[in-house]
Ligand binder design. Structure first.
Ligand code: NAD
Length: 338
């Protein structure tokens, strides 16, 4: 099958080439899928995209016109794909449902530890030969309460890791995983109670109509002033303006994120020369108690290898006329930019 890979990053191309092993005729394109780049798909039966690509209704309609049949996501999250439109235009879409929940949960913990133990400031300071410690006070994780929102693949690993730190774990999810109580003492509660009682909150739900702005002015108001909020899920689960207001008024202690509400146009490229126009993002980056990473939680060798493997297997299934086990259904469709 002829496949066009959009948003191909230098670090993943060797993994994709190894996984493909010459089976499909693959072209790699650095640009993301958008209305400007969709015409590059001509002559390809399948395309592969990442979470920052624009697979909105109009782009999917254009893909249909170009006779593209299959979209293989190289991500778990699929909030950027208008699945109802994909169904309408007879485009089959598959994701990589689980490639390494460890990579993401470990990154969430890295953000938490870096914020709590002031690792960024400390390192910046010692590089100027300033070895003072007065601004570096953290807290023990042992005995603290962590609220995990979403206890699927990644959230369950997060429960395991935080149990290892000696935290008490409370959780909120529409589907309870009862085994987590026996394994790590996880107690399910409602969202409001989780927000009110947690010292740390970590988000692991997908972005859907229900989780959009889940962390809002109202839920932030319930949190304790010492709360550290971690978001490795999707930016739009947090209402950025409400978050900025909460940080300005010391309503929460810190925010660590790998994702941002409006990644399109800013993330996945180097803006260090031309700067960025997003004033909200600029504001967020002024807080010393905020750490933002560039959607990198999935970038471990194991995760990228698994992503490449499953992506090629999804394409194999379509090429062989078989049912692809990772095909997505339209009921949870939500697009970030419609
Ligand atoms: P998963 O499907 O295994 O788990 C998601 C959990 O969220 C499920 O238990 C589900 O019941 C729960 N949930 C769904 N809607 C909910 C709602 N309205 N309220 C409460 N709970 C709800 O998914 P996963 O593999 O754990 O991944 C979670 C998310 O993490 C992905 O959807 C993706 O957006 C994000 N992610 C980010 C990165 C990154 O690089 N930063 C990488 C992978 C995944």
């Amino acid at each position: 099958m002829k496949v066009l890979v959009y948003s191909a990053k230098d670090f993943e191309i060797p993994f994709l080439q190894r996984a493909n092993n010459g089976r499909h005729q693959v072209t790699y394109l650095k640009e993301a899928l958008s209305l400007d780049t969709v015409f590059r798909s001509v002559g390809h039966k399948a395309i592969s995209i990442f979470s920052g690509d624009d697979a909105s209704s109009i782009v999917l309609e254009t893909l249909k016109g170009l006779e593209v049949k299959y979209i293989a996501l190289r991500s778990t999250g699929y909030n950027n794909v208008h699945l109802k439109a994909a169904e309408k235009y007879k485009l089959k879409v598959a994701n990589v449902p689980s490639y390494s929940p460890y990579a993401i949960a470990e990154h969430a913990v890295a953000l938490l530890l870096a914020l709590n133990r002031k690792i960024i400031e400390a390192n910046r300071q010692v590089r100027t030969y300033n070895f003072l410690q007065s601004n570096l006070m953290g807290f023990d994780l042992k005995g603290k309460t962590i609220g995990i929102i979403g206890t699927g693949n990644i959230g369950s690993v997060m429960c395991k890791i935080m149990h290892g730190f000696g935290c008490d774990i409370i959780a909120y999810d529409i589907h309870k995983n009862t085994s987590l109580k026996d394994l790590y003492g996880v107690i399910y509660t409602d969202l409001e109670s989780l927000c009110a009682h947690s010292d740390i909150i970590s988000l692991h739900v997908p972005l859907t109509k229900q989780t959009y702005d889940l962390i809002s002015k109202e839920t932030l108001a319930l949190m304790k002033p010492n709360t550290v909020l971690i978001n490795t899920a999707r930016g739009a689960i947090v209402h950025t303006d409400a978050l900025v207001e909460a940080l300005e008024n010391n309503k929460i202690a810190a925010y660590g994120a790998d994702v941002y509400e409006k990644e399109k146009g800013t993330f996945f490229k180097d803006n260090s020369v031309n700067g960025i126009k997003d004033e909200r993002l600029k504001k967020l980056l002024t807080f010393p108690n905020v750490i933002l990473t560039p959607h990198q939680a999935f970038i471990t060798k194991e995760a990228v290898q698994n992503i490449a493997q499953t992506t090629v297997e999804n394409i194999d299934a379509w090429a062989n006329g078989q049912k692809c086990v990772n095909e997505l259904l339209p009921e949870e469709s939500i697009t970030e930019w419609d």
